[in-house]
Design a protein around this ligand. Sequence first.
Ligand code: URA
Length: 191
Amino acid sequence: MDGLSVEGCKQCSDLVASRSRIVDGVGPDDADLLFVGEAPGEREDQQGEPFVGRSGTVLDDALRDAGLSRADVRITNCVRCRPPENRDPTAEERSNCRPYLDREIDLVDPAVIVTLGKVPGEHLLGRELAVTGEAGSIEEIEIDGTRRRVLVCVHPAATLYDRSQRETFERTIQQAADLTGDGGQAELGDF
Ligand code: URA
């Protein structure tokens, strides 16, 4: 890894075979908000950017409604290569990619990490997660000796066919914006 980009990684043989490219995180390297998804899908693999398919549109819309834009936040994934047939990344694949994610968290030093869905939530919190019920909850974790705040959010894809998940998603994105926007530091300090 050179700074925030990963080059030539060959640790996961399935993923090396299925990927067209490694999809690094995008966005400011000093963003207050870091969104963490699961793994790139087909569009992300083609374009080399996280969340550019239908889920990305949902995320962009919610960011806009919360007064933010994609350019204000950093967006990355637990695993940087597209799994075959869009299957979930395995525990081994997540663990192989974890040093890259930890390094990105260390360099960006976000005020809040927002996990998008069950896989990244469980990966970072290190426990089982009932993601719909726990959406909006904030938990502190420690990564390489530094305490980090994690805000649990449902995956944007879950909102595509379920209106109630859409409301939960939008509420959590608004919460993320409020935590880091004007006056938000007071809320973080109170946490
Ligand atoms: N879903 C994810 O979890 N990550 C992406 O980058 C795209 C869709």
